[in-house]
Design a protein around this ligand. Structure first.
Ligand SMILES: Cc1cc2nc3c(=O)[nH]c(=O)nc-3n(C[C@H](O)[C@H](O)[C@H](O)COP(=O)(O)OP(=O)(O)OC[C@H]3O[C@@H](n4cnc5c(N)ncnc54)[C@H](O)[C@@H]3O)c2cc1C
Length: 246
C-alpha cells in the first residue's frame, strides 16, 4: 500500500466521493462500508506507516508495539491536579489500523445495563437490544454464533487456549471464593470469572486493517497509497479502496 510522492501527486488531481482522515478502527470500517456498493471511491489518509511488523501481527507480542514511538503517538495529559500534578500517558495508535493495531486485543462489549442507563438519560436507539444486532453482525467468533454472538462478520474473535493448568485452577479458585462463573462475558451473563475473548483470528491480530481494510482493497482497485515525505506528515495517503474510477 506504499506509494511514491509521484503517485501521491497524481492522486492529488483525482476526485473521490469520500475522504477519510485516519485509518484507525473507525476509518478502516468506514472505508470498507463506503466502498462496498461498488459505486463510490474512497480516499483514506493515515499519518502512521505500515502495520506489517511481526510485533503487530503476532498476538503474543502485544505489549511491544504499544510501547514503540513508531506506532504510538505517546500523548500525555496535562498535569492532573487530582494526581499530584502527574501527567498520564494516553496511548493512541499511529499506524495502519490505528489503535486496533497496538491495543491489548481484549474483546469485551459494554455491560447491557450501561446501554439501558444511556437510553434512560436520553440516548434513544442505543439500548442493548438496539445495538446487539450490530455487535453480532460485526463479529466472526471462532467458537460459533448464538443469540448474543455473531459468527459471520468480519471482526474475528477467539478464546485463548487454556493449556496451562494454572488457568483452570484460577477459575476454580474464583468460584471457591464465592464469585460467579460466566461462560461468556459477551453473552447472557457478563459478570463473573471466565474466559476472555480476544480480537485474534487464525493466530493473527484481527485489527480493523486486517478485518476490514485489506478485504476492501482486494475487492477494489487500490489507486493510491501511503507515505509522503516526512515534512508532509499530516494527512499522508494510506490506501484507497476504490470501487469505481471516477
Ligand atoms: C495501548 C492501547 C490498548 C488498548 N487496549 C484495548 C483492548 O484491549 N480492548 C479494546 O476494546 N480497546 C482497547 N483499546 C482501545 C481501542 O483500541 C480504541 O478505542 C480504538 O481503536 C479507537 O478507534 P478510533 O477509530 O477512535 O481511533 P484510532 O484507532 O486510534 O485511529 C485514529 C487514526 O487516525 C490517525 N490520525 C490521527 N491524526 C491524523 C491526521 N491528521 N492525518 C492522518 N491520520 C491521522 C492515527 O494515526 C490513527 O491511525 C486500547 C487502546 C490502546 C492505545
Amino acid at each position: 500500500m506504499s506509494r511514491s510522492p509521484t503517485s501521491i501527486a497524481r492522486m492529488n488531481k483525482q476526485r473521490f466521493d469520500y475522504v477519510i482522515v485516519g485509518a484507525g478502527s473507525a476509518g478502516c470500517v468506514l472505508a470498507d462500508l463506503l466502498s462496498a456498493d461498488g459505486h463510490h471511491s474512497v480516499l483514506l489518509l493515515e499519518n502512521g506507516g505500515s502495520d506489517r511488523s511481526v510485533v503487530i501481527q503476532m498476538p503474543s507480542a502485544l505489549s511491544i508495539p504499544m510501547n514503540m514511538p513508531k506506532y504510538n503517538w505517546f500523548f500525555h495529559t496535562e498535569p492532573e491536579p487530582g494526581l499530584g500534578g502527574r501527567s498520564l500517558h494516553t496511548p493512541r495508535g499511529k499506524v495502519l489500523g490505528g489503535s486496533s493495531s497496538i491495543n491489548g486485543l481484549v474483546y469485551i462489549r459494554g455491560n447491557p445495563l450501561d446501554f439501558e442507563r444511556w437510553v434512560g438519560e436520553g440516548a434513544t436507539g442505543w439500548g442493548y437490544a438496539d445495538v446487539l444486532p450490530y455487535f453480532r453482525r460485526a463479529e466472526r467468533r471462532a467458537e460459533g454464533g448464538n443469540e448474543y454472538r455473531g459468527a459471520n462478520g468480519k471482526l474475528g474473535t477467539s478464546y485463548g487456549t487454556l493449556s496451562n493448568p494454572l488457568h483452570a485452577a484460577w477459575l476454580v479458585a474464583a468460584e471457591q471464593a464465592g464469585y460467579p462463573h460466566t461462560e461468556d462475558v459477551n453473552g447472557f451473563q457478563q459478570e463473573g470469572f471466565g474466559r476472555m475473548d480476544m480480537t485474534v483470528a487464525n493466530g493473527r491480530r484481527c485489527s480493523t486493517a486486517n478485518a476490514y481494510l485489506r478485504p476492501a482493497l482486494r475487492r477494489a482497485t487500490p489507486v493510491s497509497g501511503q507515505r509522503s515525505p516526512p515534512h508532509r506528515k499530516v494527512q499522508q495517503p494510506e490506501a484507497v479502496p476504490r470501487a469505481r474510477r471516477g
